[in-house]
Design a protein around this ligand. Structure first.
Ligand code: NAP
Length: 286
């Protein structure tokens, strides 16, 4: 367990899928009660095995909860929002749904204190690096409760909402980029004749230690690079190859391109969710 217990808090996780189950697992011992929802029997059984009370009734779950985490896919959000909107007044709703903006969440969950959260895949091992955004940028009345909940999943950073796309590129997709880089370096070692398993394990050790080393001396990462780089030694020859291959410029544009794609997807997701909500509300009125 990473974060501190939140005390007598009931958490509802609406959408106990891949990431929803990771949230249940990591927060089960941080809160007093977890209720989880899904539609299929398999989903409910999996949530039950993790210690949550499982139900298909989103509105009931929302009514029981102090804190509601919405973890369905974007296209599933309008249906869930329409089901629970009568039950969220005065509650805290944190959405991890990619692309859906705070203004849309406010419309979807009237009277609730809304937050946007972006965990990453490392939530599966309770080591997520999670961004939180709120209209008060962390200063809402119950911001500390939301922060404490996500700290049970790993580390938490409050960011302005406009950085969410860059965050998703750097920290959300980041583990995929890092996995590619690890694979490439390991293949390089295999080319020299080293067994793959040994190269892989050794590189992971070096990667973890380098991250900790960089954290211990929070200056610029290139200071560490310069310490390793002996004149006419092996590192400078490798660095020259990196430079000639355009790897650094390539990685910079990876984050930039991924951020742009996030913004583009976010716009269309947010618009679709907003339209589906308006349609759903319209048919209720009509
Ligand atoms: N995966 C990640 O690494 C990650 C990271 C950050 C954010 N996110 C966001 O997290 C959300 C979920 O992603 P995921 O990968 O966990 O997807 P997922 O595995 O498909 O989970 C979605 C869950 O929602 C449930 N669900 C669908 N409609 C529902 C309804 N009306 N009522 C209650 N439950 C319902 C589904 O249960 P049934 O199958 O039983 O219908 C499913 O278990 C997405 O919006 C994504 O953007 C994911």
């Amino acid at each position: 367990m990473t974060g501190k217990p939140l005390g007598d808090v009931t958490l509802a996780v609406l959408g106990a899928g891949r990431i929803g189950q990771a949230i249940i697992k990591a927060t089960r011992h941080c809160v007093s009660r977890v209720i989880a929802t899904g539609r299929r029997r398999e989903t409910l059984e999996a949530a039950g095995r993790l210690g949550a009370e499982a139900t298909r009734d989103n509105a009931w779950a929302a009514r029981q909860a102090d804190l509601i985490v919405v973890s369905v896919k974007p296209y599933q959000l309008p249906a869930v929002a329409l089901e629970i909107r009568g039950a969220v007044e005065g509650k805290v709703v944190a959405s991890i749904v990619a692309g859906v903006k705070l203004s849309t969440l406010r419309q979807a969950f009237p009277g609730a204190e809304v937050y946007r959260a972006m965990p990453n895949i490392n939530a599966l091992i309770a080591r997520s690096t999670t961004a939180l955004a709120s209209e008060g940028n962390g200063r809402g009345p119950r911001a500390s409760m939301v922060e404490a909940l996500f700290k049970c999943l790993g580390s938490v950073y409050w960011i302005p909402e406009e950085w969410m796309d860059a965050w998703t590129a750097l920290v959300g997709s980041g583990p995929a980029f890092i996995a590619e880089i690890v694979d490439a370096l390991v293949l390089g070692a295999v080319m020299t004749g080293m067994p793959r398993d040994l190269a892989y394990r050794a590189l992971l050790d070096a990667l973890k230690a380098t991250a900790e080393h960089l954290e211990e001396r929070p200056t610029h990462p290139l200071e560490l690079r310069d310490e390793v780089t002996t004149p006419a030694g092996t590192t400078i020859y490798g660095l020259a190859k990196l430079e000639a291959s355009g790897v650094k410029a390539g990685l910079m544009s990876v984050v930039e391109a991924s951020t742009r794609r996030g913004a583009q997807l976010g716009e269309s997701i947010d618009k679709a969710v907003r339209e589906a909500l308006e349609k759903g509300l319209g048919s209720r009125r009509g």
